[in-house]
Write a protein that binds this ligand. Structure first.
Ligand SMILES: Cc1cc2nc3c(=O)[nH]c(=O)nc-3n(C[C@H](O)[C@H](O)[C@H](O)COP(=O)(O)O)c2cc1C
Length: 377
């Protein structure tokens, strides 16, 4: 609870859990997952880059960090330079990362993903974004819901049969077990931005005629199976989250009514505790918005759709003004804000924002070592 003269952004937030214990974050700032393409040996193992990057952000005062898209198997990685969660070496590097994040007072979530037809991509680094990485540069044959290419420059996928789909569902569960062993407090399932689960849910891409295509129920099936498989192994004391593209911004694609319907189903019947609202990423469209708080309305619509549940709703997109974030929370549009690029520009965004919002010096969530930084200056 907060009173009028205290910041809501810097009040604690509890994510509910099936066993009722809950996970309490020190504040309502969440690092949005952002691929670093910093795995040197193409082996999915976190490097010094990840430690310094996430380490600075944890020291900067975030309530929770969501670690970037992490492949549940090698074929599901977005690029050859992505993190994985399918080997002992990867698990142990994650444990090291989580341990440092915890030492700074932040919680740690990991975004588990299978990129489907957008896997094996070129890393989005200066001058080289776009399309499939060639086999000689570490690329691989991808799998998907159809045998089509997902977008210009991407190789056609091998269409998944039922056994292939079941294997991926099982890979999500095995990765969740490893995430638990690595010490993660939460998982965020990546069902947004045009990757496999989004490819399955959106009628724009999923043209299957079996039980994984066609009706709302059939297109939701893969997401529900993944959620159920993870919930079966993920501790009841830990929250389970999902990131969703609330709309495809294209007629005939996903819209907020359809995605809110699925989120209600997942929260009420499948053990989802946290919904992170994004949009688009499946097909190119000029309607994709940008600018300050560009998903705020979608976040508020999702929050309303889930108002009779105890799910936490966060929203991402163009949030960099502490005052805007504070207003979004104070007016109950959402429960938390996900911050992406602003955290790359300034890993200490929460400490800076807290000072600007008038949080007393002793409550500014800065690392002890930075206590004398004069955050108000
Ligand atoms: C470098 C970079 C990498 C990203 N990688 C991911 C990712 O791994 N998973 C994801 O869901 N979104 C990813 N995104 C999208 C961000 O999480 C976020 O949704 C987007 O940047 C909009 O939020 P912002 O305006 O706060 O940056 C990435 C964005 C950037 C800039």
């Amino acid at each position: 609870m907060t009173t009028d003269n205290r910041s809501t952004l810097f009040s604690p937030l509890t994510l509910s859990t099936p066993d009722g214990t809950g996970l309490t974050l020190r504040n309502r700032t969440i690092l949005s997952p952002m691929c670093q393409y910093a795995v040197n040996r193409q082996d999915g193992v976190a490097t010094d880059w990840h430690l310094q990057h996430y380490g600075a952000i944890a020291a900067g005062g975030f309530g929770m960090l969501t670690i970037e898209s992490t492949g549940v198997n090698p074929v599901g990685r977005i690029s050859p330079y992505d993190l994985g969660m399918y080997s002992d070496e990867q698990e142990s590097a994650h444990r090291h990362l989580v341990s440092f994040i915890h030492s700074q007072g932040a919680a740690a979530a990991v975004q588990l993903n299978h990129a489907g037809g957008r896997a094996s991509g070129k890393p989005w680094l200066p001058g080289i974004h776009g399309g499939s990485a060639p086999l000689e540069e570490g690329g691989w044959q991808t799998v998907g819901m159809t045998d089509q290419s997902i977008a210009e420059g991407y190789r056609p996928t091998t269409k998944l049969d039922k056994a292939g789909i079941a294997q991926i569902v099982s890979d999500f569960a095995v990765a969740a077990r490893r995430a638990d062993a690595a010490g993660y407090d939460a998982i965020q399932i990546h069902a947004a931005h045009g990757y496999l689960l989004h490819q399955a849910f959106s009628p724009l891409i999923n043209t299957r005629t079996d039980e994984y295509g066609g009706s709302f129920e059939n297109r939701s099936r893969l997401i529900c199976e993944v959620v159920d498989a993870i919930r079966a192994v993920w501790p009841g004391s830990k929250p389970l989250g999902i990131r969703i593209s609330a709309t495809d911004w294209v007629k005939g694609g996903l819209d907020i009514e359809t995605t809110a319907r699925l989120m209600r189903e997942l929260v009420k019947h499948h053990g989802i505790n946290w919904v992170d609202v994004s949009s688009g990423g499946l097909v190119n469209t000029p309607l994709q918005p940008s600018g300050p708080g560009f998903h705020a309305v979608l976040g508020a619509q999702m929050k309303q759709a889930l108002a009779d549940t105890d799910a936490v709703v966060s929203v991402v997109g163009g949030i960099s003004s502490p005052e805007q974030a504070e207003t979004m929370l104070r007016t109950h549009q959402v429960d938390a804000v996900s911050i992406g690029r602003a955290a790359m520009r300034n890993p200490h965004w929460p400490a800076m924002a807290a000072a600007r919002l008038g949080v007393p010096r002793e409550d500014i969530p800065a690392a002890a070592q930075y206590w004398r930084a004069e955050w108000n200056s």
